[in-house]
Design a protein around this ligand. Structure first.
Ligand code: DQA
Length: 157
């Protein structure tokens, strides 16, 4: 009876989740709070760490405003992470380079957005990530990330 939870726990602790935040997400809290909410990025990252602790997985977060920096960090996930949660911000709609980097990792990808882009301007309706992602979680503010983390663990454990 005691063997099963122990096994599950060991496996979970081995799961490494990388969360990537794209451009302008460093401004969360003050950036268009009517669209993105009042949570700061620091607060979101700390909630992610707390949930990761509860789920017994490890999480690392990374934010950059630069496309190349995001590509570099995604590339480095190969061999160091098991799943990527990404909010590529505006690059979601434009970046072939980030899409290619995600594909190159051969890791499962979960796309998240604070807002629901499909309720917004037409140029936000196209994502260059969605068709290579395991799934997409949008429109729940900071909770999109937390739901993304649960989904990531569900995929792997
Ligand atoms: C966003 C949606 C994008 O369209 C926008 O450019 C962002 C944030 C979101 O989380 O809702 O920067 O990715």
């Amino acid at each position: 009876m005691a063997v099963k939870p122990q096994r599950r726990s060991r496996k979970r602790q081995a799961v490494r989740v990388l969360v990537v935040h794209g451009p302008n997400l460093n401004l969360l809290g003050t950036r268009e709070p009517n669209v993105y909410g009042r949570d700061t990025l620091k607060n979101i990252d700390s909630r992610l760490r707390q949930l990761a602790g509860e789920l017994e997985v490890s999480v690392e977060t990374f934010q950059s405003n630069g496309e190349g920096m995001l590509v570099d960090r995604v590339q480095a996930a190969r061999g160091t992470a098991d799943v990527i949660i990404i909010n590529a911000g505006a690059y979601t709609h434009t970046s072939v380079a980030i899409r290619d980097a995600l594909l190159a990792t051969e890791l499962p990808v979960i796309e998240v957005h604070l807002s629901n882009p499909y309720k917004r301007e037409a140029f936000r309706h196209r994502s260059l990530i969605s068709d290579i992602a395991a799934g997409q979680i949008v429109g729940f503010g900071a909770d999109s990330y937390l739901l993304g983390l649960r989904a990531a663990v569900g995929l792997l454990v």
